[in-house]
Ligand binder design. Structure first.
Ligand SMILES: C[S@@+](CC[C@H](N)C(=O)[O-])C[C@H]1O[C@@H](n2cnc3c(N)ncnc32)[C@H](O)[C@@H]1O
Length: 226
């Protein structure tokens, strides 16, 4: 099944519809703070779907060694100095080395295709050493099942709104609009609503356990190679 991923607005759009210029401008929202203990100086991290380096920059500031993977060359070109960029699809990544932490942020785990979700997690697994840790971010499934067109919480000087939503079972097709200083981007994508049990089942199949969810909306999950 082909799912629609598209983007529009100033600059280049990645294959998944994300705008390079938008992601270059988005700030770090503090999302890794709760997991600060996983990122001591010198730890080896593989960041899957790093984009323009919004999270990478924070990890580098903490003294982490970041191998930053993305399939969009223009995103990688925007990475901060100090990261090790790798141009690759996450699914086929094979670096022939092991890391202590794999980071799969930005709700990539909500990909609508089950085989892509499996491949993302399997990639994390084959790049982690014994007791290595996967940290992933997912969409709150209750939010996905309830969201309607309209503005969503502004973040700093970024105005965000949902322009369109269509649901087919657990699949949600959405168009988001972002505006920063008069520049407008649109991002259309499809995601699958995943409950905790769905994510844990997928991770169990790929050799992870010791699940720890965080926050009231359980948006982040840390799991350990078993
Ligand atoms: C939503 S952006 C987020 C970037 C970054 N994690 C952040 O939080 O700012 C998702 C990024 O993942 C990349 N991406 C999506 N699917 C991918 C895949 N299958 N393989 C490699 N990169 C992918 C896109 O090119 C994009 O740069």
């Amino acid at each position: 099944m082909n799912f629609r991923f598209a983007g529009a607005g100033p600059g280049v759009q990645a294959r998944d519809g994300c705008s390079v210029e938008l992601y270059r401008r988005l700030p770090y929202f503090g999302e890794l703070e709760e997991y600060r203990a996983l990122f001591p100086p010198g730890v080896q991290v593989v960041e899957l779907g790093c984009g323009a380096g919004r999270l990478t920059r924070q990890l580098l500031d903490w003294g982490v060694h970041v191998t930053a993977v993305d399939n969009c060359p223009e995103m990688l070109a925007a990475l901060p100095n100090g990261a090790s960029p790798v141009l690759s699809d996450i699914e086929s990544l094979n670096l022939d080395r092991r890391f202590e932490v794999a980071l799969l942020a930005s709700c990539l785990i909500n990909h609508p295709a089950p085989d892509a979700r499996f491949a993302f997690v399997a990639t994390a697994r084959r790049h982690l050493g014994p007791r290595g840790r996967l940290l992933l971010e997912r969409h709150d499934p209750a939010w996905l099942r309830a969201i309607q067109p309209g503005s969503i919480n502004p973040a700093g000087d970024i105005a965000m709104s949902v322009e369109a939503v269509r649901r087919t079972g657990d699949l949600v097709e959405m168009t988001l609009r972002y505006e920063i200083a008069g520049n407008v981007w649109r991002h259309s994508f499809v995601v699958a609503a995943l409950d905790e049990a769905d994510v844990e089942a997928l991770l169990s199949q790929t050799g992870f356990g010791s699940f720890a969810w965080s926050g009231t909306r359980k948006r982040w999950l840390s799991a350990v190679v078993q």
